[in-house]
Design a protein around this ligand. Structure first.
Ligand SMILES: [Zn+2]
Length: 424
């Protein structure tokens, strides 16, 4: 409705009359305008009705327990019938169904989510989307009511939102096994008792030496002989963390050590005088490259002006030596003058362009100043600010395969012109 009104108004402003092709309406008459508005509201009403019908249809399907998961559920295949959709149905894929049964049995027998993902990946199994299994995908299977022949759907009109009804499809998992697994899930789920008081400064920056994926935070909590608990913080490979040993190696490294090491090297690097110079050269080189064509043109114009000046001097010599008369001299000088005037104009235009260029050369001492500020800023920053600073300065930190942090490669970000920060 609003669209159609907006369009007619716009057309009116532009002095165009809209002829509705189907209804042959003259929108410039009051009657035509009214009719068009009516059409607009009818169209709007129809559109609203259709979406409402689709939603009602889906809800009806849901209430009847019709399959609503497409081809996303391991163990089932949605066989859609292109001509008669009433003939579409869901069927069990025996191999996949057996796998699902194993997953439930493994969990019920005490295996963890990651261990199950690991087993599945090791045997070359993949999720329905062709990905490696992860803890979350295993958990998704263990909590999917489709496996006990039910269908879940969301209904925003009810307080619970999620509604589970009896489905039309065959179950894969027995109610007994399902109940065991749900109990275990509830028992084994430990809500994080307290927040880990460590900010992992290098999350997202530190890369696994084997697979290149980002390393993630992990911690190990130990009970000392004295009874006190001690928590150690580590980074481990993100792929290993979710996919287990068959996905990658853990590559544990102590968080404090690696963070101190990177922080120390970044600070040292920034305080080196030649770093500011390198930054200045690189930054200004970038600008110069952009200005290069203008500067080149400028040089050419100047040479031309110089040569014109030389020519006018020669003309005087010719006149003094009696080779040309005063009339010829005047003519030649006149030509030289008008050529020079043109070139002078060009020179002024180029000068203007160079002066007006927003990227002016950056003075070395201001780069020095910025870098000198970095060390105190980094040292006084809160852990979260430090993390943000690292993220702005570093592109990535690559751990060597032997885990020797002194051999890590620290790659500066674009802000540091991708310079590598030496690890010595
Ligand atoms: Zn890895």
């Amino acid at each position: 409705m609003t669209d159609i009104l907006f369009i007619t108004e716009l057309f009116e402003k532009l002095g165009v009359t809209l002829h509705s092709l189907t209804e042959e309406l003259q929108t410039d008459t009051p009657m035509g305008k009214f009719a068009l508005q009516m059409l607009g509201s009818v169209a709007e009403h129809e559109r609203r009705q259709t979406t409402q019908n689709v939603r009602l249809g889906m809800q009806r399907r849901n209430r009847l327990g019709k399959w609503n998961s497409g081809n996303q559920v391991l163990g089932y295949r949605w066989a859609s019938h292109s001509v008669n959709r009433h003939l579409s149905h869901v069927e069990i894929i025996p191999d996949e169904a057996r796998l699902v049964q194993y997953i439930f049995k493994w969990y019920a027998s005490g295996l963890g989510l990651r261990a199950i993902a690991n087993c599945l990946n090791k045997d070359g199994h993949q999720t329905k989307r062709g990905k490696m299994f992860q803890s979350v995908s295993v958990k998704g299977i263990l909590t999917n009511v489709n496996y006990i022949g039910k269908v879940a759907y969301t209904d925003s009109t009810t307080p619970e939102h999620k509604i589970i009804v009896e489905g039309e499809h065959e179950p894969i998992i027995s109610i007994n096994l399902w109940k065991q697994v749900q109990q275990q899930l509830a028992l084994r789920f430990r809500p994080p008792t307290r927040r880990i008081a460590h900010t992992f400064l290098l999350t997202g920056l530190l890369k696994c030496p084997t697979c290149g994926s980002s390393m993630v935070a992990a911690h190990v909590s130990r009970k000392r002989k004295s009874g006190a608990r001690s928590v150690s913080h580590y980074y481990i490979c993100g792929r290993y963390n979710s996919g287990g040993h068959s996905a990658c190696l853990p590559h544990h490294i102590p968080a404090d050590q690696v963070e101190d090491w990177v922080s120390k090297h970044v600070q040292r690097f920034l305080s080196q005088p030649n770093v500011a110079e390198r930054l200045a050269i690189k930054l200004n080189h970038k600008r110069d490259k952009k200005m290069e064509p203008f500067l080149k043109q400028m040089k050419e114009v100047k040479t031309q002006i110089d040569s014109l000046q030389k020519r006018s001097l020669r003309c005087y010599e010719l006149f003094e030596d009696g080779h040309i008369n005063s009339q010829e001299l005047k003519l030649k000088l006149g030509r030289i003058q008008s050529e020079t005037a043109l070139l002078e104009q060009q020179r002024q235009e180029l000068e203007q362009k160079i002066v007006e260029e927003p990227e002016q050369p950056i003075p070395l001492n201001s780069i020095h100043r910025v870098l000198a500020d970095f060390k105190p800023v980094l040292q006084n920053a809160t852990p979260n600010q430090q993390k943000a600073l690292f993220r702005s300065m570093l592109a990535k930190v690559i751990l060597p395969t032997d885990g020797d942090i002194t051999q890590m490669i620290i790659q500066g970000s674009e802000a540091l012109l991708n310079m590598e920060i030496p690890n010595k």
